[in-house]
Design a protein around this ligand. Structure first.
Ligand code: KG4
Ligand code: ZN
Length: 334
C-alpha cells in the first residue's frame, strides 16, 4: 500500500454519477455529484437511460473533478467503484469503466459495497463511534436496521418487507406533483406551515414486536388522501408518520440490545426533521446520535473513495480481470 494514496471513487449505482477523490493524509481533495434529470418526466428512474447517461458523462466528470483542484489522472493511485447493490446497467457501466481506467493507468481497482459505503463514510466524520451502534440505513431502495458491533461486523436486525423509505417519499411526492428531487420536496412542503391538520395514518408492524418495517400500506393510504387534504398537510403527516415508525422501532431495538450509539445514514438521513427526532429521542435516553453532512447521506463518489481507502489497508484490490459485481441481489452488506 502507498503511504500517500490518492484514490478515485466512482458511484454509478442508480441515477447519480458521483466522483470523489480522497487522500489518506489530506482527506477529500475534490468531489462532484451529477444528479440525472432525464428521469423526471417518466416519474421514476429508467435503468437504460441511467446507464446511457453514466457512460456519456463519466470521463468528462472525472476530468472536471480532477481539474477543479489542479489534479491530473496520473496523480491517482487507485480507483474504487460500486459492485452492488444497485441497478444492473448502471453498475455494469461503473465497474467496466473503472476497471478499464485502472488498467489504462496501470493502477489497481477495488469493488465496493454500496450499502457498506453509506455506513462507513461516517468514520470520516466520527472517529470514536461507540459500539454496539444501531445503524438506520434509509435510502431509496433500502431500509435496514443494523446492529454494528465494530466497523467490520454488521448484524442485520430488521428491514422493510416492501418499499424503502426513500421509495415511499418519492412516490408520494410524485402523486402530490411536487418539484423534484422528491424526498427533499416532501421535507420542504412539510416546513411551509407551522400548524397542521392531523391526518390519522396507520403504522404497520409497530406493535408487532419484530424489527421489520412495512411502508407500502402507508403509501397507498396517503395516496388516497391526495385531493382530499392540502398538499402541505399530506406531506407533513406522511413525513411525521414515517419518522414516528422509525424512532419507535429503534427504541425497541435499543432497549433490548444494549445499544450505545445511533448512526443515521442513506439519502433519507438528510431529512432534518428525522435527524432532530432521533437526536431528541437519543438525548432523552443518554445515547449519542452520529450524523454526517447531508451531502454525504445521498449517493456520492466520496463514500466510494473513502471505503476504497479502508479496503486498500486490507489489500482488497481486484485480483484478476473479471468483473466481480453482484447483479440482481438487493440486501447484502459486504
Ligand atoms: O442513498 P440515496 O441517495 O440513493 C439510494 O441508495 O437509494 O437515497 C435516495 C433516496 C431517495 O428516495 C430520496 O427521495 C431520499 O433518499 N431523500 C430524502 C431526502 N433527501 C433524499 N428523503 C426524505 N427527506 C429528504 N430530505
Ligand atoms: Zn445509496
Amino acid at each position: 500500500m502507498h503511504n500517500n494514496l490518492i484514490i478515485l471513487g466512482v458511484e454509478t449505482s442508480c441515477d447519480e454519477t458521483g466522483i470523489g477523490i480522497y487522500n489518506n493524509k489530506l482527506g477529500v481533495l475534490s468531489e462532484y455529484v451529477y444528479s440525472q434529470t432525464i428521469h423526471y418526466k417518466y416519474g421514476g428512474t429508467v435503468p437504460e437511460l441511467a446507464s446511457r447517461d453514466h457512460i456519456k458523462r463519466l470521463m468528462n466528470l472525472i476530468i472536471y473533478t480532477c481539474k477543479k483542484k489542479n489534479l491530473i489522472l496520473n496523480n491517482i493511485n487507485a480507483v474504487s467503484y460500486v459492485k452492488g447493490p444497485g441497478l444492473n446497467g448502471p453498475l455494469l457501466i461503473g465497474a467496466s469503466f473503472s476497471r478499464s481506467l485502472g488498467y489504462s493507468l496501470r493502477i489497481p481497482t477495488i469493488g465496493i459495497n454500496h450499502l457498506e459505503s453509506h455506513i462507513l463514510i461516517s468514520f470520516m466524520f466520527n472517529k470514536n463511534i461507540k459500539f454496539p451502534c444501531l445503524v438506520i440505513l434509509a435510502s431509496g431502495a433500502h431500509t435496514m436496521l443494523i446492529n454494528m458491533k465494530n466497523y467490520k461486523t454488521f448484524s442485520f436486525m430488521g428491514g422493510t418487507l416492501d418499499d424503502g423509505v426513500g421509495e415511499a417519499f418519492d412516490k408520494i411526492a410524485r402523486f402530490l406533483k411536487l418539484i423534484p428531487p422528491n424526498g427533499l420536496s416532501i421535507e420542504k412542503m412539510s416546513n411551509i406551515l407551522t400548524k397542521f391538520k392531523h391526518i390519522k395514518l396507520s403504522k404497520a408492524l409497530l406493535k408487532s414486536g419484530c424489527y421489520n418495517l412495512s411502508f407500502s400500506g402507508l403509501k397507498t393510504e396517503v395516496i388516497r388522501k391526495v385531493g382530499k387534504f392540502e398538499k402541505y398537510n399530506i406531506a407533513y403527516n406522511f413525513q411525521n408518520t414515517i419518522i414516528k415508525i422509525l424512532v419507535n422501532k429503534c427504541i425497541n431495538i435499543i432497549t433490548k440490545n444494549q445499544i450505545k450509539g445511533i448512526l443515521l445514514v442513506g439519502g433519507v438521513a438528510s431529512n432534518k426533521e428525522l435527524r432532530l427526532s432521533f437526536l431528541n429521542m437519543a438525548d432523552s435516553i443518554k445515547l449519542k446520535t452520529y450524523t454526517i453532512p447531508t451531502k454525504y447521506c445521498t449517493d456520492n463518489g466520496t463514500m466510494i473513495a473513502f471505503l476504497g481507502f479502508l479496503k486498500s489497508l486490507e489489500n482488497k484490490f481486484d485480483k484478476n480481470l473479471y468483473l466481480h459485481i453482484k447483479l440482481n441481489k438487493k440486501n447484502y452488506l459486504t
